[in-house]
Design a protein around this ligand. Structure first.
Ligand SMILES: *Cc1c(COP(=O)(O)O)cnc(C)c1O
Length: 389
């Protein structure tokens, strides 16, 4: 009898696959399900990026293994992006590493750095992958709250000395999934101070770094002077350039952390397909007009939904980043109860806040990664279901 390892058997079920099963079942029954649980862009990859892939894939020299840490061109493009966007200098050789998507990198870094029993401070609510990766690395997740009253920034001085002393790492994520919370550089300054004082490695997941609205520009953690002594930042082309299926990301910052991850990965994979990395170079060296156009699309959808919510008495603050809307469930409902009601009575998939941790109780997350007509339809159905009581 073949059995999975204890660690795999005791993993919490991956939430999004549960919703996927429900969606398949309902669709088979003829229900026109509107899936607002999606965590990936619905818009296509810009054609200029596809053109570069098409060009590079025809060259036989690109059919071989990539160097383990990724090709030099991609690492230089990342370093140049950090210089032009954030005024941060990086050594492409030692301070940049290509990843097969940032999820892979985050999970493997945790494994590369943790010893059994080590704690990791992780946000609640937060991206579920953090907890699973810590579990697979035999570590323990120590959650710190992100509260609406504090605009979803961490309250560093409320983390207990015991929790701090048990921890080896701290994870942050801004613009934040699921809350849409954003921060200014002072929060990162405090984070770096906190990490250095307590000898923690600081890991920043910046998957939505360029998915922002209006005048807001998300800072990089590496803009904090001396951040590289304690921190790395993960970036991804998935959300910014609608490349989620391509699997391309990077990590930048602290040399020692990057070296650990690089050693670990060189025993697991051989980096990403060269034509994909080279297409990524074209993306990172572009004028970013495709990113601005995407953001305008998300913001129109966001405005439509914010309007609809105010007519339904659903409270939500307009986020400055990400393509998620984090909203309070109406009075009298739990997160799970409200999400179930919307699925059963309106055919809409919303993610209950509790999918991201206990602190998500009382909230739901709605993805704006569907065409505006579908969002409009969803708002009509929601309104009707709520009138029905
Ligand atoms: C989508 C997402 C990622 C994963 O991105 P990939 O680069 O596609 O692996 C990482 N972190 C958060 C918070 C995300 O929402």
């Amino acid at each position: 009898m073949i059995q999975s390892s204890k660690q795999v058997r005791s993993l919490p079920p991956y939430l999004f696959s549960i919703f996927h099963k429900k969606k398949v079942a309902l669709t088979a029954q003829g229900v026109d399900v509107i899936d607002l649980g999606i965590g990936a862009p619905d818009l296509p990859t810009p054609p200029f990026i596809i053109d570069r892939l098409a060009e590079e894939i025809r060259k036989p020299k690109n059919h071989k293994y990539s160097p383990y840490g990724g090709c030099r061109e991609f690492r230089e493009a990342v370093a140049d992006f950090y210089r032009s966007h954030y005024d941060v200098e990086l050594d492409p050789e030692t301070e940049v590493l290509t990843l097969i998507g940032s999820k892979e990198g985050i999970a493997h870094l945790i494994s590369a750095v943790l010893d059994p029993g080590d704690g990791v401070l992780a946000p609640d609510p937060g991206y579920p992958v953090y907890q699973s990766a810590i579990h697979l690395a035999h570590g323990s997740t120590i959650r710190f709250p992100l509260d609406e009253e504090n605009s979803y920034a961490p309250l560093f001085n409320q983390i207990s000395p015991r929790d701090i002393s048990r921890s080896k790492m701290m994870l942050l994520n801004y613009p934040n999934n699921p809350t849409g919370g954003t921060v200014e550089l002072d929060t990162f300054e405090e984070a770096v101070r906190f990490a250095k004082e307590h000898k923690l490695s600081l890991i920043h997941d910046a998957a939505y770094d360029l998915v922002t609205f209006g005048d807001y520009k998300a800072p990089s953690l590496l803009q904090v002077p001396g951040a590289k002594e304690a921190a790395v930042e993960f970036g991804s082309l998935s959300k910014t350039f609608n490349m989620s299926g391509w699997r391309l990301g990077y990590v930048v910052g602290n040399k020692e952390l990057i070296r650990s991850l690089s050693v670990y990965k060189s025993n697991m994979d051989t980096s990403q397909f060269l034509p994909i990395q080279l297409a990524g170079v074209t993306a990172l060296r572009s004028d970013f007009s495709s990113v601005r156009a995407n953001n305008r699309t998300y913001e129109q959808r966001l405005d439509l939904m914010m309007n609809a919510f105010s007519g339904m008495n659903i409270q939500a603050e307009k986020p400055k980043g990400t393509f998620f809307l984090w909203a309070r469930v109406p009075d009298g409902y739990t997160s799970q109860g409200f999400s179930e009601k919307m699925l059963d009575e309106a055919g809409i998939i919303l993610t209950p806040g509790t999918a991201f941790g206990q602190k998500g109780e009382g909230y739901f997350r709605m993805s704006l990664s569907v065409p505006i007509e579908r969002l409009h339809e969803a708002s009509i159905r929601m309104k009707k279901a709520m009138k029905g009581g």
